[in-house]
Design a protein around this ligand. Structure first.
Ligand code: 8ID
Ligand code: ZN
Length: 347
């Protein structure tokens, strides 16, 4: 029984009012599924989208959100990989063409025709959302839908970034922005993969949470006078890789300075109008690698979800109602969220 209208949070223009209201429920096209979203994580990307931070326009008006976990309630006649009643997830990559060079090579997020949930198509901050079936995440039966929500973007992204970094078991991984949504999951995927973790972020709540999740050292960026020497000291020569999920330019630059010779700096966080500065002489002499990492493909999605389904990843969430999205954005803007907020779409 699919209703004709539903609750959603909609904005008409960048930075404009976030309105909690009734909107029509969409009908899935031939290759699409309609997911009754029960829970949606709030990613910092949703805040960037609402603020219009990036050099890429959003659809307007827009329903944001791209960590939506729910149940398939309708499907198009071409859909073969989902049945009604299956659990499914809305991810950032809503769809890709599957026939370009990037898609053929498995680099689906780099597809020039990619559809982005909560950005170029309506996302998961509503009770019923549309996904291209081929890209929707299959969620195992019996999974806790609130807890799995953050895996659908944050989990996939950090797991992919760690793999992209080429870091090996036993080596040091530094994470900037370690106490936020991506960071807290990054610590855990890193631990499962046999890495030693140093966390860079600020405040007691994040220090405590990151250490509970298995990070060995916490470096407070707001109170540590010389972050570069401190990171090099605690890792005995610098981390072998750095995952930058911080939403600020400075930590990217610092990470190029403290990364170990031959090490890799991964850019994941997407602060507005920012650049990675790395002094050329040391870049060459230390022979470091600087690269970007962007969500993950379908294979990576399945792997990241599998770690969660096997109970190896704890989802550090707080649950509030969908109507409270503006409050979550306020806390996020101030950097006051340790872990992830998840919205319950029924309130
Ligand atoms: O595929 C991708 N590349 C991808 C996927 C998903 C998200 C990229 N992102 C991007 C988001 O758009 C955002 O820019 O990753 C970034 C982090 O998303 P998030 O984890 O959802 O944000 P958060 O929960 O607000 O955490 C950010 C953390 O950074 C810390 C904050 O204290 C917070 O804990 N931080 C900041 I702001 N400045 C810092 C600094 N100078 C810092 N940590 C260390 N040093
Ligand atoms: Zn995201």
């Amino acid at each position: 029984n699919i209703p004709s209208t539903q609750k959603a949070v909609v904005f008409e223009k960048s930075g404009g009012p976030l309105v909690y209201k009734d909107i029509p429920v969409a009908t899935p096209g031939p290759e699409e599924i309609l997911i009754n979203v029960k829970y949606s994580g709030v990613c910092h990307t949703d805040l960037h989208a609402w603020k219009g931070d990036w050099p890429l326009d959003t659809k307007l008006p827009l329903v944001g959100g791209h960590e939506g976990a729910g149940v398939v309630v309708a499907k198009g006649d071409q859909v073969t990989n989902f049945e009604l009643g299956d659990l499914a997830g809305i991810k950032w990559l809503n769809g890709s063409c599957l026939s370009c060079e990037m898609c053929n090579l498995g680099f689906e997020p780099n597809c020039p025709h990619a559809l982005l949930s909560g950005y170029t198509v309506d996302g998961s901050f509503q009770q019923y959302a549309i996904a291209k079936a081929i890209h929707a995440a299959p969620i195992p039966k019996g999974t806790d839908l609130a807890k799995v929500a953050p895996i659908l973007c944050a989990g996939i992204t950090v797991y992919n970034a760690i793999k992209e970094s080429g870091v090996k078991p036993g080596q040091w991984l530094a994470i900037t922005g370690a106490g936020g949504g991506l960071g807290t999951l990054c610590i855990q995927y890193a631990k499962i993969m046999g890495l030693r973790v140093v966390s860079v972020d600020t405040g007691d709540a994040k220090a405590k949470l990151t250490s509970q999740l298995g990070s060995e050292v916490f470096i407070d960026f707001a109170t540590t006078p010389d972050i570069v020497s401190e990171v090099i000291k605690v890792t005995d020569g610098g981390p072998h890789a750095v995952i930058n999920v911080a939403v600020a330019e400075k930590p990217f630059e610092l990470s190029c300075r403290y990364v170990r010779p031959r090490g890799t700096v991964v850019a994941v966080g997407l602060p507005a109008n920012a650049y990675i500065r790395s002094e050329i002489f040391s870049t060459v002499i230390k022979s470091i690698t600087i690269k970007g990492s962007y969500v993950g493909n379908r294979a990576t999605t399945t792997e990241a979800l599998d770690f969660f389904a096997r109970g190896l990843v704890e989802s550090p969430i707080k649950i509030v109602g969908l109507s409270e999205l503006p409050k979550v954005y306020e806390l996020m803007e101030k950097g006051e969220i340790a872990g992830r907020y998840v919205l319950d779409t029924s309130k």
